[in-house]
Design a binder for this molecule. Structure first.
Ligand SMILES: C[C@@](CO)(OP(=O)(O)O)[C@H](O)COP(=O)(O)OP(=O)(O)OC[C@H]1O[C@@H](n2ccc(N)nc2=O)[C@H](O)[C@@H]1O
Ligand SMILES: Nc1ncnc2c1ncn2[C@@H]1O[C@H](COP(=O)(O)OP(=O)(O)O)[C@@H](O)[C@H]1O
Length: 298
């Protein structure tokens, strides 16, 4: 019997500036993270002696359901914090590509914390404290709301809610390692001095948002293209769709996104690219941005 279920949404870095480096090697970032409707799903089933995980979904194959899985890591971290010996059968429906710059694993970890916080009455501040050691992207995924991320991802400031636009996501099926991309970033020249973007209190339209994004970049895009040149082809394919307002890579890649005036325009672009995507084995998704529901209400 399934007791609880929640969705772990794809995180999209609309811009990503690398602004510095900590003594431990982690990079300081300034990034506007938003969430797309595309998501994994996590379900909590029967109570049992030890946490167990079964994995389904298009991208489930190749992902181990062992102790390295961020779902189990998150569940055990919250169990330890709550002092409980209860454990549950967990199921992950993995519909987001793995190691693809949209934080699927981080979203899964945060989603697990949110669902189990309902079981153990953990507070949002408990979740935030547990999120940070699980990965730099996990804290932003706890709330799944438009957020400015700074530090290595732990300094979070609410950002204006997304306008009612559409987003197209394309992943060319090439897994990209985040540490490798940060290493290449340093090797290719490292930090570029940039003016810090000033975000408004709200966006009046998608065009308003895109005007600001045009003054920004994803600093990891060039190093990722050096690892996986196919990313350039994906960006060109998205940009060549009518009504595409902006195309860019998310995170450390290889998933790229296109912004459109409406979800319908994003669907039309996805349809126009169906043949290419099928021929080349690309994963595509189009639709609206995710609008958040509060923590604890799966
Ligand atoms: C680049 C970003 C941007 O949102 O997204 P993804 O490409 O992963 O989606 C994130 O910072 C990724 O966060 P996450 O994937 O959780 O990273 P972690 O597991 O904590 O770290 C993996 C490795 O990436 C490097 N790393 C990560 C984050 C950061 N701010 N600086 C880094 O240098 C480090 O080498 C670290 O060992
Ligand atoms: N539930 C999970 N989903 C995806 N990846 C996971 C998960 N648990 C552990 N991982 C590991 O985390 C790494 C980063 O995965 P992911 O979050 O999908 O990358 P990205 O943030 O680049 O999209 C993968 O290489 C994978 O082996």
């Amino acid at each position: 019997m399934t007791r609880l279920q929640d969705t772990a949404h794809a995180k999209i870095n609309l811009y990503l500036h690398v602004t510095g480096r900590r003594p431990d090697g982690y990079h300081l970032l300034d990034s506007l993270a938003v969430f797309a409707g595309a998501a994994d799903t996590i379900s909590v089933g029967e109570k049992c002696d030890r946490f167990s995980l079964s994995i389904q979904g298009r991208f489930g194959k190749g992902l181990e359901a062992d102790d390295s899985n961020l779902v189990l890591k998150a569940a055990r971290a919250l169990q330890a914090k709550s002092g409980s010996h209860d454990a549950y059968r967990l199921t992950l429906k993995k519909d987001l590509p793995v190691a693809s710059g949209i934080g699927g694993g981080s979203a899964d970890a945060a989603c697990t914390l949110r669902i189990l916080s309902g079981v153990w009455n953990a507070t949002e501040s408990d979740l935030c404290a547990l999120a940070e050691p699980l990965g730099a992207d996990v804290p932003v995924c706890v709330r799944q709301q438009a957020t400015r991320m700074e530090g290595i991802g732990e300094i979070l400031t609410p950002a204006p809610e997304m306008p009612n636009g559409g987003i197209l996501l394309i992943n060319p099926g090439v897994g990209v390692s985040t540490p490798d991309i940060f290493r290449s970033f340093a090797a290719m020249g490292g930090i570029v001095q940039r003016t810090k973007p000033v975000l408004p209190s709200q966006w009046s339209s998608m065009r308003d948002l895109v005007d600001l994004l045009r003054q920004t970049a994803n600093d990891l895009q060039a190093p990722a293209i050096a690892h996986a040149p196919i990313i350039s082809d994906v960006l060109t394919a998205i940009q060549s769709q009518s009504d595409c307002l902006l195309s860019r890579m998310s995170g450390s890649g290889a998933t790229c996104f296109g912004l459109f005036p409406t979800p319908q325009k994003a669907h039309e672009a996805e349809e126009a690219l169906t043949q290419t995507a099928t021929r080349l084995g690309w994963w595509t998704w189009s639709g609206p941005f995710h609008q958040n529901s509060p923590v604890g209400t799966p």
